[in-house]
Design a protein around this ligand. Structure first.
Ligand code: TXA
Ligand code: MG
Length: 330
């Protein structure tokens, strides 16, 4: 299959929208990461997303909308908390999980009775979704397990020849995936942390919001079980920022014939060692994280990452870093 590169002009948006309605796969930009879009009303199209990505079929997909009213077309019950979230926070880098309507097939939900819904903040994303005219399922547009793509070129690297088109928009500004907030149970629960943090949701709901931190905890979000975001090379993570410890670790790898790189807050402290800046602020760390991993895996065979920030958003970024490092903390 030839993967067409489409641009953000009227003619190409019409084409992208038609492709979606015809059951084809179109990757598109959002503010978090690029998504791999399919018509949510077409089970065949939805199933082909799993094939293109090599994604386990028991990991459900998020349904994307461009207009708030569309929620009522996919959710069976929009409770008071959901109404507050929709009115106060959406559009946002936030996904809400609600009881699903019958039009939402098992192919989307992997058999769950709930559906995950997101209205992206990105204007380009909502523009595409408006042209699609139907709700659009979209996982991140990477091969399963790989770091999510934050620009269209990375989508091309992973999925060229496997999907009909890529809508080539702006690079993603947030850089990590949306917060997943489960509102289908008794208490609100964050299944995946993101840029919309628990305190922001608590300020709207006026009740406490728990974040699922233990991936072994039994929750209705299969996605948290799988290996994720991993670069092709070995990776470890440090959260102390201890320069001497990091230097020793690096030197040990050099001595054993490896070609490591430090991905750290202050690369200038490491002299002649290979060191790259992970970011000056939490926003910058998040925005560049997956792209940094993809660049560094092409040049080095070992990534030593270090990140010490402890803000609420930093915890979400750390969640991705821990997974990228396959839980290897030093
Ligand atoms: O920022 C994002 O959310 C991006 C962009 C493209 O919108 N999408 C994304 O999709 O990250 P994906 O498929 O990589 O992650 C979807 C997450 C998974 O952890 C999945 O388990 C969870 O959402 N999920 C989907 N439906 C669910 C449901 N009904 N109940 C609980 N979790 C659900
Ligand atoms: Mg993903």
């Amino acid at each position: 299959m030839k993967t067409e590169l489409l641009q953000f002009n009227d003619a190409d948006l019409i084409t992208a929208g038609k492709y979606i309605r015809d059951g084809k796969l179109v990757a598109f930009p959002t503010e978090t990461v690029y998504g791999l879009g399919a018509n949510a009303y077409d089970s065949e199209a939805v199933r082909s997303t799993y094939t293109a990505k090599g994604r386990p079929s028991d990991n459900p997909l998020i349904v994307h909308i461009w207009h708030k009213e569309q929620i009522y077309g996919v959710a069976r019950e929009v409770n008071d908390d959901a109404v507050k979230i929709v009115n106060s926070l959406m559009p946002a880098s936030l996904t809400v999980v609600l009881p699903k309507k019958d039009v939402i097939s098992d192919a989307i939900t992997a058999g769950l009775d709930t559906v995950a819904i997101r209205m992206p903040k990105s204007v380009q994303a909502r523009e595409f979704l408006r042209y699609a005219e139907v709700p659009v399922t979209a996982p991140s547009a990477n091969l399963s397990g790989r770091p999510s793509p934050t620009n269209w070129q990375r989508v091309y690297d992973d999925l060229n020849g496997k999907i009909s088109a890529i809508l080539c928009g702006d690079p993603c500004q947030v850089g990590i995936e949306s917060t997943v907030l489960d509102l289908s149970g008794k208490d609100p629960l964050i299944l995946r942390p993101g840029v919309v943090t628990a305190d922001m949701i608590e300020a709207v709901l006026h009740k406490s919001v728990r974040v699922v931190t233990n991936p072994k905890e039994k929750v209705n979000s299969p996605g948290v079980r799988y290996k994720h975001y991993a670069p092709k090379v070995d990776m470890v993570l440090d959260v102390s920022g201890d320069m001497e410890k990091l230097s020793r670790y690096y030197d040990g790898l050099i001595a054993s014939g490896r070609n490591p790189v430090l991905l750290v807050e202050k690369p200038q402290l490491f002299g002649s060692r290979n060191a790259v800046c992970i970011g000056q602020t939490d926003d910058e760390v998040a925005r560049n994280l997956f792209e940094n991993l993809r660049i560094l895996e092409g040049k080095f065979d070992y990534i030593i990452a270090s990140y010490t920030s402890t803000t609420p958003f930093a915890k979400s970024v750390l969640n991705r870093l821990v997974r990228s490092a396959g839980n290897n903390l030093i």
